[in-house]
Design a protein around this ligand. Structure first.
Ligand code: HEM
Length: 156
């Protein structure tokens, strides 16, 4: 029987080109959104590419964000003191998923449930790290997300 290998989420969604298409379109929507537009008013032109590189690494692709953009601590640093609200977080996740539909990304239940799980997890961490007093753990490892489930209760 031939050996079967399970693709990573990164491979399944179409690799870095697909992620960059997603983030470029997503941040166009973000800019025009009344709730999120002001939050991202000063983002750099590279922001979509940086977020695509981050997502790529988390979802099983190459470790470019760690190699070239400061890894997980740097991503956390970008959220410090932003005072993000749950309402903004929900809009962010919703717009990203709407953009995934718009671009006809894979919509099989397995892929989408894994993607939603990661976005819920990552966006909630972004909100937590945007509150007063949050600090960067310089040793925080890059998260890795696969097809499976979250691994136990929140420990900070
Ligand atoms: C899974 C969830 C998330 C991921 C993976 C993520 C990732 C990132 C990354 C990689 C950066 C740095 C970009 C750069 O280097 O230019 C960044 C910046 C930022 N993120 Fe997030 N983020 C997430 C959720 C959110 C949410 C929910 C919000 C707000 C509702 C948010 C607001 C911001 C802001 C305001 C910045 C800084 C923009 C600027 O440079 O002006 N993020 N994020």
């Amino acid at each position: 029987m031939p050996e079967q290998t399970v693709p990573t989420l990164y491979q399944w969604l179409g690799g870095i080109e697909a992620l960059e298409r997603l983030t470029v379109r997503f941040y166009q929507h973000v800019k025009n959104d009344e709730l999120l537009g002001p939050v991202f008013a000063h983002m750099s032109d590279e922001h979509p590419a940086h977020v695509a590189a981050f997502l790529a690494e988390v979802l099983g692709g190459p470790a470019e964000y760690s190699a070239r953009h400061g890894g997980h601590p740097n991503m956390i640093r970008h959220h410090l003191n932003r005072h993000l609200s749950q309402e903004q977080r929900r809009r962010w996740v919703g717009l990203l998923l709407t953009t995934a539909d718009e671009l006809a990304m894979p919509d099989d239940p397995e892929f989408r449930s894994a993607l939603v799980a990661y976005l819920e997890w990552g966006s909630r961490l972004a909100v937590i790290n945007s509150q007063p007093g949050a600090q960067v753990d310089e040793d925080a490892p890059m998260p890795r997300w696969g097809w499976g489930e979250a691994k136990g209760p929140y420990t900070g």
